[in-house]
Write a protein of this length. Structure first.
Length: 545
């Protein structure tokens, strides 16, 4: 086969095994697929199906020697990658093949600014420095939708929202215009409007550069929009592959049929105007000072939350939606008194604003949070069982070891995890499985109020529907009250009885969720809903580009 007609990437009979003292586990089981020049191939499947492991094998990023390849070849431009030395593969990483990881907070260096991290890529692979590098960095940040990129050059990763960190990762991956981009859930942390922008950007770059893409996702709406070919993975095997429209309209394998049928059912908890208010706030503000100069004088403020008033009643779910950086997560953290704010916060009839750390402790059992980034929220030094049990040890020390263990086992079962895995550590789980652990840690305490910050963003479609059912069941069984922060409007519609729409720290629209979805009043809300609708209905392959 000549160089023009041969596939850019060819994966043949690839297997991946992980070796532990207890024995070997097969994560990828004899898979084969090809990516042509300019083609986008999507790998879809449930969390833990082997999607990310197979992609990491391409760049030899697995933890060798505990990981091995019992069978298979990976050929890129006719060169065999698995047999390359570390020095040889470095010449390909970040230059000819780039990757966007699922969890940006663990991929970005917390000690370096955004400018230095993107600049390092340009310098290492292209020798670009100084003003040229700065101009290229600004161009990349603009392309991926970072507002006012000049003000973000000196920012560190922790100063950006989850969505903004993901955009920086995409900018780094595209810096050297690679031949193949591996995108591992690149839009997971992004709201629907930015998702649409990023997908349009990737499609434009593909068309301009003839770039190929391996797109790993659990969002079937995105697969329809961007991919030409889809490979469906289940328990380490590719159970079905073919052109997107063919697989979506006429699926052959039972798992593919189940995946396409999975959809959270709209069945939110009904409004309860007579129920007591669990938590409320009036004119809540979270302003971060902007300090400049030698004396670090305050010259202005970033108004992350700017005058928000709300009340959530017992058994209800408040949905909070808006673009990345709109203040959704900051609002949730302020309501839980995890960051400083101005304005009264009344929880279970008590004004908790201004309470010291020890004074807040009696309320902590009744207010819990599930964070957006599970890997950053779970201690790498603790086993899963210890992580889930930690809250019980702090808030219910009277429990005996047997009863505490039983509560942990039940919590893990409730979120769909095998209790036998509780002796393992967070890095041994997939992104979706880590999110389940975070939810188990929150519900094990049987709280009254739970802030759910993008709890389903890392989950595949099948488990997303199961998790929505679980959250709904827990709510009805225990009369839980939720603040549900999300950019996935389908999930919000399935859970939220009341909705607030945030933009630049302010609430631009609020009301009963069913009414807002049916008839949004503001242009911003209409644009938000329209972007979500386009992602759901866009056709696949070239037509979507």
């Amino acid at each position: 086969m000549d160089a023009i007609n041969q596939p850019l990437l060819s994966v043949d009979d690839l297997s991946v095994a992980f070796h532990q003292p207890s024995g070997a586990t097969t994560a990828v089981d004899h898979i084969s697929y090809q990516i042509k020049r300019g083609e986008c191939v999507a790998l879809v499947g449930e969390s833990g199906s082997g999607k990310s492991v197979s992609a990491l094998s391409i760049l030899k990023l697995l933890p060798y020697p505990s990981a091995s390849h019992p069978s298979g070849q990976i050929r890129f431009k006719g060169r065999e990658l698995l047999g390359m030395s570390e020095r040889e593969i470095r010449g390909i990483r970040g230059n000819e093949i780039s990757i966007v990881f699922q969890e940006p907070m663990t991929s970005l260096n917390p000690l370096h600014t955004i400018e230095s991290q993107i600049g390092e890529i340009l310098q290492l692979h292209g020798g670009v420095r100084g003003s040229k590098a700065r101009a290229r960095i600004l161009e990349l940040l603009t392309q991926v939708g970072i507002p006012e990129p000049e003000t973000r050059l000196a920012s560190y990763p922790h100063q950006l929202s989850g969505g903004q960190r993901q955009r920086v990762m995409i900018a780094m991956a595209l810096a050297n215009e690679p031949d193949l981009l591996i995108a591992d859930e690149p839009t997971t942390a992004l709201d629907v409007t930015v998702q649409a922008q990023i997908l349009a950007l990737l499609a434009e770059i593909r068309a301009r550069l003839g770039m190929s893409m391996l797109f790993i996702t659990h969002d079937l709406g995105i697969v329809r929009r961007i991919a030409d070919t889809v490979c469906v993975m289940h328990t380490g095997k590719i159970v079905e592959q073919g052109p997107v429209e063919q697989v979506f309209t006429d699926p052959q394998h039972p798992y593919t049929k189940a995946l396409l049928a999975a959809e959270p059912k709209p069945d939110p908890a009904p409004p309860r105007p007579e129920a007591p208010v669990v938590i409320s706030t009036d004119d809540l503000k979270v302003w971060f000072p902007i300090k400049r100069g030698l004396l670090r004088k305050t010259v202005g403020h970033i108004k992350a939350v700017d005058g928000v008033t709300l009340a959530i009643r017992k058994g209800e779910t408040l949905g909070v939606v808006g673009e990345s950086g709109s203040g959704k997560t900051t609002l949730g953290l302020a309501m839980l008194r995890l960051i400083s704010s101005d304005g009264p916060i009344v929880f279970l009839g008590n004004d908790v604003q201004g309470l010291k750390f020890k004074q807040m402790r009696p309320f902590r059992r009744d207010m819990q949070i599930v964070f957006q980034d599970p890997f950053g929220a779970l201690s790498p030094r603790m086993s899963v069982g210890d992580i889930v049990a930690e809250g019980l040890s702090v808030h219910q020390p009277e429990l005996g070891d047997t009863e505490r263990e039983a509560r942990v086992v039940k919590a893990l079962q409730d979120v769909g995890l095998d209790p036998a895995t509780r002796f393992r550590y967070p890095h041994e789980f997939s992104g979706g499985q880590r999110q389940r652990i975070s939810i188990a840690r929150a519900v094990v305490l049987e709280p009254n109020f739970v802030v759910l910050d993008e709890p389903t963003s890392a989950l595949d479609m099948l488990f997303q529907a199961q998790m929505v059912d679980l959250l709904r069941e827990l709510q009805r069984k225990r009369d839980l009250t939720y603040m549900f922060i999300s950019h996935d409007l389908r999930v919000v519609a399935s859970l939220a009885s009341h909705l607030i729409v945030m933009k630049q720290g302010k609430v631009v629209e609020e009301g009963p969720a069913a009414d807002l979805f049916k008839d949004p009043k503001t242009d911003y809300t209409r644009a938000l809903f329209a972007a979500a609708f386009r992602l759901e209905t866009a056709p696949g392959g070239a037509a979507a580009q």
